[in-house]
Design a protein around this ligand. Structure first.
Ligand SMILES: [Fe+2]
Length: 174
């Protein structure tokens, strides 16, 4: 039994406000990719999926005159840092195990190199999975942030993924 499910995260007001900002369809797609990758590599599927689902929770809206300003974003963005902290706070509030909350926060912190002044990070397998899962769902021009998915379908997809995680964990327990 896991302490926190994906649907618990999604229903919290912090997730409603910030995950939907950068696109719920993208968040769910990355979570599904993270599940498959973690399963294939024998890594912790629950942490990989949660980090994948929340990886963009730190985004800020860099708009100018009603339009996304890529220049402003490039110059000022710290979404990986903010996201790591925001996801950690949310997980702890929901009752997540603190060791797992830290692992997920670090995977969110290192899902991109965009805020680092020139260095490549040496990632753990879990951190690499989240980065790759994100890249698998990327579309040119950031279009992956704008795909739409209504609330009911989002909930349904997350319930299915929750069930798959539980099944996988049960199987590995036997
Ligand atoms: Fe992303």
């Amino acid at each position: 039994m896991r302490d926190v499910n994906l649907t618990d995260i999604y229903q919290h007001r912090i997730a409603q406000k910030y995950i939907t900002r950068s696109g719920i369809a993208h968040a769910i797609a990355v979570a599904y990719h993270a599940f498959q990758l973690a399963k294939d590599q024998g890594e912790d599927v629950d942490s990989a999926v949660k980090a994948g689902f929340m990886h963009d929770i730190g985004h800020y809206t860099w708009y100018k005159n009603g339009k996304w300003d890529y220049g402003l974003y490039k110059q000022n963005d710290i979404h990986a840092i903010k996201g790591a902290e925001r996801a950690h706070k949310l997980l702890i509030r929901l009752g997540e195990n603190p060791i797992k909350a830290k692992e997920i926060a670090l995977a969110i912190l290192f899902h991109t190199d965009s805020f680092l002044p020139g260095g490549e990070v040496i990632r753990t397998p879990l951190q690499s999975i989240v980065k790759l899962a994100d890249e698998k769902d990327e579309e040119p021009g950031g279009a992956h942030h704008y795909r739409e998915l209504d609330n009911n379908r989002a909930m349904k997809s997350l319930q299915i993924l929750d069930e798959r995680i539980d099944e996988h964990l049960q199987k590995n327990d036997d």
